[in-house]
Design a protein around this ligand. Structure first.
Ligand SMILES: NC(=O)c1ccc[n+]([C@@H]2O[C@H](COP(=O)([O-])OP(=O)(O)OC[C@H]3O[C@@H](n4cnc5c(N)ncnc54)[C@H](OP(=O)(O)O)[C@@H]3O)[C@@H](O)[C@H]2O)c1
Length: 296
Protein backbone atom coordinates (compact mmCIF):
# COMPACT_ATOMS: atom_id res chain seq x y z
CA UNK A 1 0.00 0.00 0.00
CA UNK A 2 1.40 3.43 -0.92
CA UNK A 3 2.09 5.90 1.86
CA UNK A 4 0.24 9.19 1.75
CA UNK A 5 1.52 12.64 2.70
CA UNK A 6 -0.66 15.72 3.20
CA UNK A 7 1.39 18.78 2.33
CA UNK A 8 0.25 22.30 3.25
CA UNK A 9 1.99 25.18 1.44
CA UNK A 10 3.00 23.14 -1.63
CA UNK A 11 3.12 26.30 -3.80
CA UNK A 12 5.71 28.03 -1.60
CA UNK A 13 9.49 28.19 -1.88
CA UNK A 14 10.02 25.08 0.25
CA UNK A 15 6.79 23.24 -0.58
CA UNK A 16 7.49 23.35 -4.33
CA UNK A 17 10.68 21.37 -3.72
CA UNK A 18 9.25 19.08 -1.07
CA UNK A 19 6.40 17.91 -3.24
CA UNK A 20 8.50 16.19 -5.98
CA UNK A 21 10.93 14.91 -3.31
CA UNK A 22 8.03 13.19 -1.54
CA UNK A 23 6.77 11.75 -4.82
CA UNK A 24 10.26 10.42 -5.58
CA UNK A 25 10.36 8.86 -2.13
CA UNK A 26 7.23 6.90 -3.07
CA UNK A 27 4.56 8.98 -1.35
CA UNK A 28 1.17 9.72 -2.79
CA UNK A 29 1.01 13.49 -2.25
CA UNK A 30 -2.15 15.39 -1.33
CA UNK A 31 -1.40 19.08 -1.73
CA UNK A 32 -4.42 21.33 -1.21
CA UNK A 33 -4.03 24.72 -2.89
CA UNK A 34 -4.55 27.92 -0.90
CA UNK A 35 -8.03 28.42 -2.37
CA UNK A 36 -9.06 24.81 -1.66
CA UNK A 37 -8.07 25.04 1.98
CA UNK A 38 -7.67 28.59 3.30
CA UNK A 39 -5.86 28.27 6.60
CA UNK A 40 -8.00 30.97 8.21
CA UNK A 41 -10.63 28.23 8.48
CA UNK A 42 -9.17 26.05 11.25
CA UNK A 43 -12.19 23.73 11.18
CA UNK A 44 -11.70 23.14 7.45
CA UNK A 45 -8.00 22.44 8.08
CA UNK A 46 -8.88 19.94 10.77
CA UNK A 47 -11.50 18.19 8.59
CA UNK A 48 -9.00 17.92 5.76
CA UNK A 49 -6.40 16.22 7.98
CA UNK A 50 -9.03 13.93 9.53
CA UNK A 51 -10.31 12.80 6.13
CA UNK A 52 -6.96 12.62 4.33
CA UNK A 53 -5.82 9.12 5.26
CA UNK A 54 -2.28 10.57 5.40
CA UNK A 55 0.40 8.84 7.45
CA UNK A 56 2.49 12.04 7.36
CA UNK A 57 1.36 15.66 7.45
CA UNK A 58 3.87 18.42 6.65
CA UNK A 59 3.17 22.12 7.08
CA UNK A 60 5.20 24.42 4.82
CA UNK A 61 2.43 27.04 4.73
CA UNK A 62 2.95 30.33 6.51
CA UNK A 63 2.76 34.04 6.20
CA UNK A 64 6.53 34.34 5.96
CA UNK A 65 6.89 38.05 5.13
CA UNK A 66 7.80 40.15 8.17
CA UNK A 67 6.10 43.26 6.86
CA UNK A 68 2.96 41.27 5.94
CA UNK A 69 2.77 39.89 9.49
CA UNK A 70 3.21 43.37 10.97
CA UNK A 71 0.50 44.75 8.69
CA UNK A 72 -1.99 42.17 9.98
CA UNK A 73 -0.83 40.47 13.21
CA UNK A 74 -4.19 38.74 13.71
CA UNK A 75 -3.97 37.10 10.29
CA UNK A 76 -0.36 36.10 11.04
CA UNK A 77 -1.53 34.51 14.29
CA UNK A 78 -4.30 32.60 12.51
CA UNK A 79 -2.06 31.21 9.76
CA UNK A 80 1.20 30.76 11.67
CA UNK A 81 -0.18 29.54 15.00
CA UNK A 82 -3.89 28.60 15.03
CA UNK A 83 -3.90 26.60 11.77
CA UNK A 84 -0.77 24.54 12.64
CA UNK A 85 -2.31 23.79 16.05
CA UNK A 86 -5.45 22.51 14.30
CA UNK A 87 -3.28 20.29 12.07
CA UNK A 88 -1.45 18.92 15.12
CA UNK A 89 -4.65 18.21 17.03
CA UNK A 90 -6.16 16.41 14.05
CA UNK A 91 -2.97 14.33 13.70
CA UNK A 92 -3.42 13.28 17.32
CA UNK A 93 -6.77 11.78 16.31
CA UNK A 94 -5.55 10.09 13.13
CA UNK A 95 -2.15 8.96 14.45
CA UNK A 96 -0.32 10.67 11.57
CA UNK A 97 3.22 11.98 12.05
CA UNK A 98 3.36 15.78 11.84
CA UNK A 99 6.32 17.93 10.79
CA UNK A 100 5.78 21.69 11.15
CA UNK A 101 8.28 24.16 9.68
CA UNK A 102 9.44 27.07 11.77
CA UNK A 103 12.16 29.69 11.69
CA UNK A 104 15.38 31.05 13.22
CA UNK A 105 13.44 34.32 13.66
CA UNK A 106 11.95 32.93 16.90
CA UNK A 107 15.39 33.86 18.35
CA UNK A 108 16.30 37.42 19.33
CA UNK A 109 19.71 37.16 17.62
CA UNK A 110 21.45 39.41 20.12
CA UNK A 111 24.49 37.19 20.70
CA UNK A 112 26.81 36.11 17.86
CA UNK A 113 27.49 32.38 17.40
CA UNK A 114 25.52 29.22 16.75
CA UNK A 115 22.31 28.59 18.73
CA UNK A 116 21.16 25.13 19.67
CA UNK A 117 17.59 24.00 20.42
CA UNK A 118 17.91 24.89 24.12
CA UNK A 119 18.43 28.61 23.36
CA UNK A 120 15.69 30.76 24.83
CA UNK A 121 13.24 32.10 22.24
CA UNK A 122 12.55 35.83 22.34
CA UNK A 123 11.13 36.91 18.98
CA UNK A 124 11.46 40.58 18.09
CA UNK A 125 8.91 40.79 15.24
CA UNK A 126 5.24 39.95 14.70
CA UNK A 127 6.38 37.20 12.32
CA UNK A 128 8.72 35.66 14.91
CA UNK A 129 6.06 36.03 17.59
CA UNK A 130 3.42 34.23 15.52
CA UNK A 131 5.85 31.45 14.53
CA UNK A 132 6.91 30.91 18.16
CA UNK A 133 3.26 30.73 19.21
CA UNK A 134 2.78 28.14 16.43
CA UNK A 135 5.69 26.04 17.75
CA UNK A 136 4.30 26.06 21.28
CA UNK A 137 0.72 25.30 20.24
CA UNK A 138 1.81 22.46 17.92
CA UNK A 139 3.90 20.77 20.61
CA UNK A 140 1.15 21.23 23.18
CA UNK A 141 -1.48 19.67 20.88
CA UNK A 142 0.71 16.76 19.74
CA UNK A 143 3.63 15.57 21.85
CA UNK A 144 5.04 13.52 18.94
CA UNK A 145 5.15 16.50 16.55
CA UNK A 146 8.40 17.70 15.02
CA UNK A 147 9.09 21.44 14.80
CA UNK A 148 11.76 21.83 12.11
CA UNK A 149 13.35 25.29 12.25
CA UNK A 150 14.88 26.36 8.95
CA UNK A 151 16.77 29.48 7.83
CA UNK A 152 17.45 31.40 4.59
CA UNK A 153 15.77 28.91 2.28
CA UNK A 154 17.40 28.91 -1.16
CA UNK A 155 17.82 26.67 -4.21
CA UNK A 156 14.32 26.72 -5.71
CA UNK A 157 14.85 28.16 -9.24
CA UNK A 158 11.14 29.03 -9.48
CA UNK A 159 11.41 31.24 -6.37
CA UNK A 160 14.99 32.56 -6.34
CA UNK A 161 16.55 33.67 -3.06
CA UNK A 162 19.10 36.48 -2.53
CA UNK A 163 21.86 34.06 -3.62
CA UNK A 164 20.44 33.46 -7.10
CA UNK A 165 19.30 37.10 -7.20
CA UNK A 166 22.86 38.33 -6.67
CA UNK A 167 24.15 36.31 -9.62
CA UNK A 168 21.22 37.49 -11.73
CA UNK A 169 21.95 41.15 -10.94
CA UNK A 170 25.68 40.70 -11.57
CA UNK A 171 24.98 39.12 -14.98
CA UNK A 172 22.73 42.08 -15.80
CA UNK A 173 25.53 44.50 -14.83
CA UNK A 174 23.51 46.05 -12.01
CA UNK A 175 25.10 47.56 -8.89
CA UNK A 176 25.45 45.10 -6.01
CA UNK A 177 24.98 45.53 -2.27
CA UNK A 178 24.30 43.11 0.58
CA UNK A 179 23.88 43.32 4.34
CA UNK A 180 27.16 42.52 6.11
CA UNK A 181 26.19 42.86 9.78
CA UNK A 182 23.56 40.11 10.01
CA UNK A 183 24.24 36.40 9.81
CA UNK A 184 22.55 33.01 9.61
CA UNK A 185 22.99 29.85 7.52
CA UNK A 186 21.61 29.53 3.96
CA UNK A 187 19.84 26.20 3.54
CA UNK A 188 18.98 24.44 0.31
CA UNK A 189 15.26 23.63 -0.02
CA UNK A 190 16.30 20.22 -1.38
CA UNK A 191 18.19 19.47 1.86
CA UNK A 192 15.20 20.65 3.91
CA UNK A 193 12.93 18.35 1.89
CA UNK A 194 15.23 15.36 2.43
CA UNK A 195 15.52 16.08 6.18
CA UNK A 196 11.78 16.67 6.63
CA UNK A 197 10.94 13.35 4.98
CA UNK A 198 13.52 11.54 7.14
CA UNK A 199 12.11 13.23 10.27
CA UNK A 200 8.60 12.26 9.19
CA UNK A 201 9.67 8.63 8.90
CA UNK A 202 11.58 8.60 12.19
CA UNK A 203 10.37 8.81 15.77
CA UNK A 204 12.00 12.04 16.95
CA UNK A 205 9.69 14.59 18.57
CA UNK A 206 10.29 18.22 19.54
CA UNK A 207 12.27 21.08 18.06
CA UNK A 208 15.14 20.40 15.66
CA UNK A 209 17.31 22.82 13.69
CA UNK A 210 17.29 21.93 9.99
CA UNK A 211 20.01 24.13 8.51
CA UNK A 212 23.31 23.84 6.72
CA UNK A 213 26.40 23.07 8.78
CA UNK A 214 29.27 25.42 9.56
CA UNK A 215 29.81 28.87 10.92
CA UNK A 216 27.41 31.82 10.49
CA UNK A 217 27.64 33.74 7.24
CA UNK A 218 26.38 37.22 6.45
CA UNK A 219 24.25 37.95 3.39
CA UNK A 220 27.27 39.84 2.02
CA UNK A 221 29.51 36.80 2.54
CA UNK A 222 27.00 34.44 0.85
CA UNK A 223 26.59 36.84 -2.08
CA UNK A 224 30.39 37.13 -2.46
CA UNK A 225 30.73 33.33 -2.51
CA UNK A 226 27.97 33.14 -5.12
CA UNK A 227 29.84 35.55 -7.39
CA UNK A 228 33.07 33.53 -6.96
CA UNK A 229 31.26 30.43 -8.21
CA UNK A 230 29.90 32.37 -11.20
CA UNK A 231 33.46 33.53 -12.02
CA UNK A 232 34.81 29.96 -11.69
CA UNK A 233 32.11 28.80 -14.08
CA UNK A 234 33.16 31.43 -16.63
CA UNK A 235 29.83 33.27 -16.75
CA UNK A 236 31.38 36.38 -15.17
CA UNK A 237 34.87 37.59 -16.18
CA UNK A 238 35.60 38.83 -12.62
CA UNK A 239 33.62 39.35 -9.43
CA UNK A 240 32.10 42.86 -9.53
CA UNK A 241 32.37 45.02 -6.41
CA UNK A 242 29.68 44.59 -3.80
CA UNK A 243 28.83 47.30 -1.31
CA UNK A 244 28.56 46.26 2.36
CA UNK A 245 25.21 47.45 3.72
CA UNK A 246 24.16 47.85 7.33
CA UNK A 247 20.97 46.07 8.38
CA UNK A 248 19.53 49.27 9.84
CA UNK A 249 19.99 51.06 6.52
CA UNK A 250 17.89 48.76 4.30
CA UNK A 251 14.98 51.06 3.41
CA UNK A 252 12.33 48.39 2.73
CA UNK A 253 12.90 46.54 6.04
CA UNK A 254 10.20 48.17 8.13
CA UNK A 255 10.18 45.40 10.76
CA UNK A 256 13.20 44.60 12.96
CA UNK A 257 15.27 41.56 11.88
CA UNK A 258 17.24 39.56 14.44
CA UNK A 259 20.98 39.91 13.77
CA UNK A 260 22.67 36.64 14.75
CA UNK A 261 20.34 33.67 14.32
CA UNK A 262 22.57 30.94 12.82
CA UNK A 263 21.45 27.64 14.30
CA UNK A 264 23.59 24.68 15.31
CA UNK A 265 22.37 21.55 13.50
CA UNK A 266 24.19 18.88 15.53
CA UNK A 267 20.97 17.39 16.91
CA UNK A 268 19.89 16.72 13.32
CA UNK A 269 23.25 15.61 11.96
CA UNK A 270 24.96 13.86 14.91
CA UNK A 271 22.08 12.63 17.06
CA UNK A 272 19.58 11.82 14.32
CA UNK A 273 22.12 10.93 11.62
CA UNK A 274 20.65 13.19 8.93
CA UNK A 275 23.61 14.83 7.16
CA UNK A 276 23.61 18.43 5.92
CA UNK A 277 26.17 20.14 3.67
CA UNK A 278 28.14 23.18 4.84
CA UNK A 279 26.78 26.64 4.07
CA UNK A 280 29.59 27.15 1.55
CA UNK A 281 28.69 23.90 -0.24
CA UNK A 282 25.07 25.01 -0.22
CA UNK A 283 25.84 28.34 -1.89
CA UNK A 284 28.00 26.59 -4.51
CA UNK A 285 25.34 23.99 -5.28
CA UNK A 286 22.57 26.59 -5.47
CA UNK A 287 24.52 28.76 -7.93
CA UNK A 288 25.45 25.75 -10.10
CA UNK A 289 21.79 24.67 -10.20
CA UNK A 290 20.68 28.23 -11.04
CA UNK A 291 23.23 28.50 -13.89
CA UNK A 292 22.31 25.04 -15.24
CA UNK A 293 18.62 25.98 -15.12
CA UNK A 294 19.33 29.27 -16.92
CA UNK A 295 21.34 27.50 -19.64
CA UNK A 296 18.44 25.15 -20.45
N1 LIG B 1 11.92 31.38 3.08
C1 LIG B 1 12.80 31.44 4.05
O1 LIG B 1 13.94 31.89 3.86
C2 LIG B 1 12.44 30.93 5.42
C3 LIG B 1 13.35 31.15 6.47
C4 LIG B 1 13.05 30.66 7.73
C5 LIG B 1 11.88 29.95 7.94
N2 LIG B 1 11.00 29.75 6.93
C6 LIG B 1 9.79 28.98 7.22
O2 LIG B 1 9.74 27.89 6.31
C7 LIG B 1 8.37 27.59 5.98
C8 LIG B 1 8.20 27.63 4.48
O3 LIG B 1 8.53 28.96 4.06
P1 LIG B 1 8.52 29.35 2.51
O4 LIG B 1 9.47 30.49 2.34
O5 LIG B 1 8.65 28.13 1.67
O6 LIG B 1 7.05 29.93 2.39
P2 LIG B 1 6.39 30.78 1.20
O7 LIG B 1 7.21 30.67 -0.05
O8 LIG B 1 6.09 32.13 1.74
O9 LIG B 1 5.04 29.97 0.94
C9 LIG B 1 4.01 30.01 1.88
C10 LIG B 1 2.96 29.01 1.52
O10 LIG B 1 1.86 29.17 2.42
C11 LIG B 1 0.65 29.30 1.65
N3 LIG B 1 -0.27 30.17 2.36
C12 LIG B 1 -0.04 31.41 2.83
N4 LIG B 1 -1.17 31.92 3.39
C13 LIG B 1 -2.12 30.95 3.28
C14 LIG B 1 -3.48 30.87 3.66
N5 LIG B 1 -4.11 31.88 4.28
N6 LIG B 1 -4.17 29.73 3.39
C15 LIG B 1 -3.56 28.70 2.72
N7 LIG B 1 -2.27 28.72 2.34
C16 LIG B 1 -1.55 29.85 2.61
C17 LIG B 1 1.10 29.92 0.34
O11 LIG B 1 0.13 29.69 -0.66
P3 LIG B 1 -0.08 30.77 -1.85
O12 LIG B 1 1.29 31.13 -2.33
O13 LIG B 1 -0.88 30.03 -2.85
O14 LIG B 1 -0.79 31.93 -1.23
C18 LIG B 1 2.40 29.17 0.10
O15 LIG B 1 2.14 27.88 -0.45
C19 LIG B 1 7.52 28.59 6.75
O16 LIG B 1 7.15 27.99 7.97
C20 LIG B 1 8.48 29.74 7.04
O17 LIG B 1 8.10 30.43 8.20
C21 LIG B 1 11.25 30.22 5.67
Amino acid sequence: MSRRILLFGASGRTGQVLRPAAEQAGYEVLAPAHAECPLENAEGVSDLVLGSGAQLVVNCAAISGLEACAADPLQAHLINAVAPAAMALACRHTGARFVHLSTDYVLDGRRPGLKDESTKCRPISWYGESKREGELQVLEALSTAVVARVSWVCGNPAKPSFIEGTVERALAGQPLAAVADKDSLPTDAADIARAVLALGEGCYSGVVHVTSSGEPLSWWHCATLALQVAVEQGVLPAAPPMEQQKLDEVPFFKEPRPRHTAMCNSRLTSQLGIPMPTAEETVRRVVLRYLADKAR
